[in-house]
Ligand binder design. Structure first.
Ligand SMILES: Nc1nc2c(c(=O)[nH]1)N[C@H]1C(S)=C(S)[C@@H](COP(=O)(O)OP(=O)(O)OC[C@H]3O[C@@H](n4cnc5c(=O)[nH]c(N)nc54)[C@H](O)[C@@H]3O)O[C@H]1N2
Ligand SMILES: Nc1nc2c(c(=O)[nH]1)N[C@H]1C(S)=C(S)[C@@H](COP(=O)(O)OP(=O)(O)OC[C@H]3O[C@@H](n4cnc5c(=O)[nH]c(N)nc54)[C@H](O)[C@@H]3O)O[C@H]1N2
Ligand code: SF4
Ligand SMILES: [Mo]
Length: 689
């Protein structure tokens, strides 16, 4: 039996684990006790991380859709595809890409990279886009997730990443968690927060739902969804009024304080109560707790970022931390919890329409020049389209290459995405399963899973860690990096690497924050936290020590704006969507994992029992949820977890896809969709079953 150390493929915590292999099959997982991240612990997904690897439903051969008349008008089933050789599939893709490029230009090509894939794979995908296909139309699921963080924190601080480290929770005095269901979505971090609170730290939770962390909170504020700017401005108002601000810090390290101060004047606790529903007294208590501490950490996630005001929300949190000087030291900071195992890495690798690796701007001539010299090509200069812009009808995209994403379930307002699919000329999907998106493809390429390849993932705390091959890829599937290299060759630009270590050498040479990263170092230690500019650099646990990356921290005055779609007589319920502990996004992996699927086999709608009583709905009864965009049928789950007139639906279930209902309005700055607020109505369905 072989035992191999690698990294969990689910969430951004970045837990290390050991996979045990016997006769070519993975038979067991064990946590790694050497890891500074999980210290011998795993959550239920970590323990069950390998079952999907050997699922009989894995894609094992390239597939091509039979192009009968009108085939673009609907999603296909497996019967509509035939197996082909790698050579044929890659040649066909290359010829279509070339053809469309010749006729419509490079703007007609779009690529989606994958936060499930390794850094090396993301780097090659963005090299394929920029160097080979000559387009900056490359993006990935960070657009749906933390793009507002990347824009907001980069503007305020000069870097869009988590400022501090997971380990620093051990010494925090105050922990403010908002819009993050941490125990379910980042279980390792959630567990750390609880243990710290049990030892005396104060926890302030700001979340509309009564999530598990509420049991441990000193204060739980329950704002109406979509009102975050108001309560954050309110906290700053009280902090300033009560003399709790750190004026020395503000003076020495920040700029634009006065214009921010002017804006928060009117956000009195009473005014904030009217907007948010948070009692004025509770807001004041919160301001005193957070404002009195100089070891206060903020953690946030999708409840803050996934709004049309996502960037504003993030800027407000940055304001709050700077007013109290809670940034630039251990156990402080503004800490966005990054979701996917390698979403931090996919951003770092420049799988974004406006950045090359390490947040070097595509519009910057000197940055481009460095890459042009290394790659021996001229690079496109205009910023590309975001993922959300790529699915809007009327855009120039004619051909899409999607690696490891399932937008037909994860994008908002799926009905609109389907319309766009009908108009698309050519779609390539590279996945490990036959997903809802793959059904629309012209060609499907079988990639290999995390356990079948070498590489690195970068976790939420900027920790770059080694992912190791445990078993051979199933069937004829291949590592995603190998597929990209072969396709590049077909397109007339040879990319040859013998091992991902060699790709990392190239990344390090072009990316200052990864400059000191190499496989021989990573093989000796438990990861390196960027910035790690050279070989002798030990990595950086917390950012902005002794001054901000951008020079001075920038305060931004932010006004509260109401959500895009509010409830009315016809659509009286507010829908907020998200996830649960047992499932993963579009379910491709978690619904094929026995233990996870057994725990939660079906879609459900969380609804307050009083609303249930009013509408005559019993627990587990089927209901129809209707929005202006679509409708779904699922079981009602009556629970005090949600407040009255609010319902919550997880988006994991294709048979009752929450994104049939969601709104596709975007934050104007980050282009992130509004997944957390839209208006719906509820109807009874199918009598008393
Ligand atoms: N089990 C599991 N874990 C996951 C994932 C998964 O699919 N399954 N996905 C991963 C990914 S990619 C991500 S991005 C993270 C996401 O992790 P989270 O952001 O923690 O997950 P969500 O369920 O989207 O929503 C977070 C919280 O926001 C609250 N909320 C809703 N509306 C508002 C609002 O207007 N304001 C505030 N302040 N809060 C609000 C919700 O009640 C919820 O508690 O999880 C990662 N971890
Ligand atoms: N309503 C609503 N919608 C949301 C959200 C929400 O809160 N509410 N959250 C949004 C957020 S934060 C996110 S991050 C997105 C996630 O949206 P997606 O990224 O579209 O969702 P996943 O299901 O994680 O898709 C990953 C795909 O990669 C495949 N895969 C796994 N490993 C590999 C590999 O090694 N190689 C290849 N080639 N493929 C692989 C999986 O089979 C799967 O199809 O969803 C967004 N959508
Ligand atoms: S907390 Fe995240 S990284 Fe750790 S075992 Fe669970 S899913 Fe994996
Ligand atoms: Mo995410």
């Amino acid at each position: 039996m072989n035992t191999i150390l690698t990294i969990c493929p689910w969430c951004g915590c970045g837990c290390s684990l050991l996979l045990r292999e016997r006769e070519g099959k993975i038979v067991e997982t064990l946590p790694s006790s050497d890891s500074p991240v999980n210290q011998g612990r795993l959550c239920v997904k970590g323990w069950n991380c390998y079952e999907y690897v050997s699922s009989p439903l894995r894609l094992v051969k390239p597939l091509m859709r039979e192009r009968s008349r009108g085939y673009r008008k609907s999603a296909g089933s497996l019967d509509d595809f035939r197996e082909v050789s790698w050579r044929k599939a890659l040649k066909f893709i290359a010829s279509k890409f070339k053809d469309i490029r010749e006729k419509k230009g490079s703007v007609a090509l779009g690529l989606l990279s994958s936060a499930k894939c390794t850094n090396e794979e993301n780097y090659l995908m963005m090299k394929l886009a920029r160097a080979v296909l000559q387009t900056n139309n490359i993006d990935h699921c960070a657009r749906l997730c933390h793009s507002s963080t990347v824009v907001g924190l980069a503007r305020a601080f000069g870097s869009g990443a988590m400022t501090n480290s997971i380990e620093e929770i051990e010494k925090a005095e105050v922990i403010l968690v908002t819009g993050s269901n941490t125990t379910e979505q980042h279980p390792e971090i959630g567990g750390r927060i609880i243990r710290r609170v049990l030892k005396g730290a104060k926890l302030i939770l700001v979340d509309p739902r009564n999530i598990h962390l509420a049991k441990f909170a000193t204060l739980h504020l329950r704002p109406r969804p979509g009102t975050d700017v108001a309560w954050i401005n309110g906290l700053i108002h009280v902090i300033l009024k009560e003399g709790l601000a750190d004026l020395d810090f503000i003076d020495k390290y920040t700029e634009n304080f006065l214009s921010m101060k002017e804006i928060v004047k009117k956000y009195t606790p009473k005014f904030v109560e009217e907007i948010t529903g948070i009692p004025a007294k509770k807001l004041m208590e919160t301001a005193r707790i957070y404002g009195s501490s100089r070891q206060a950490m903020i953690f946030y996630a999708m409840g803050i970022t996934q709004h049309v005001t996502g960037t504003d929300n993030v800027l407000s949190l940055a304001n709050l931390s700077m007013v109290t000087g809670n940034v630039g030291r251990p156990s402080t900071g503004v800490n966005p919890l990054r979701g996917q195992n390698n979403v931090q890495g996919a951003c770092d690798m420049g799988a974004l329409p406006d950045f090359l690796t390490g947040y070097q701007k595509v519009e910057d001539r000197d940055s481009r020049k460095k890459f042009e010299q290394c790659w021996d090509v001229k690079l496109p200069t205009d910023v590309g389209l975001t993922e959300t812009e790529m699915f809007i009808e009327g855009n120039p995209i004619q051909a899409l290459y999607i690696m490891g994403e399932n937008p037909l379930l994860s994008e908002p307002n799926i009905g609109r995405v389907e319309k766009f699919m009908e108009s698309l000329e050519f779609l390539v999907v590279q996945d490990i399963f036959f997903t809802e998106t793959a059904r629309w493809a012209d060609v499907i390429l079988p990639g290999s899973s995390f356990a079948e390849k070498d590489g690195t993932f970068t976790s939420t705390e900027r920790r770059i860690q080694r992912v190791r091959k445990v078993v051979e890829p199933v069937g004829e599937s291949q590592s995603d990096w190998k597929i990209i290299c072969q396709l590049a060759k077909e397109l007339g630009y040879p990319m040859e690497y013998s091992h991902p270590a060699q790709i990392m050498e190239e990344i390090a040479s072009l990316t200052p924050i990864y400059g000191g990263v190499n496989y021989s170092r990573l093989d000796k230690i438990e990861g390196l936290q960027w910035p790690c500019p050279e070989d002798s650099h030990p990595g950086t646990p917390y950012l902005h020590k002794g001054g901000f990356k951008r020079g001075k921290g920038l305060f931004t005055p932010v006004e509260y704006k109401p959500a895009q779609e509010t409830t009315d007589e016809e659509y009286p319920f507010l829908l907020t969507t998200g996830r649960i502990y047992q499932h993963w996004h579009t379910g491709t992996m978690s619904r094929l994992t026995f233990t996870l699927q057994r725990e939660v086999p079906q879609a459900f709608v969380e609804m307050n029992p009083r609303d249930g009583q009013f509408l005559g709905i019993r627990n587990r009864q089927l209901i129809k949820v209707v929005s202006r965009r679509g409708e779904i049928i699922a079981k009602a789950f009556l629970t005090e977890k949600v407040g009255e007139k609010t319902i919550f639906i997880p988006f994991h279930f294709s048979e009752a896809a929450a994104n049939r209902l969601t709104l596709d309005s975007l934050d104007p700055q980050a282009k992130i969709p509004e997944y957390k607020v839209c208006a719906v109505k509820i109807e009874l369905w199918g009598g008393n079953n």
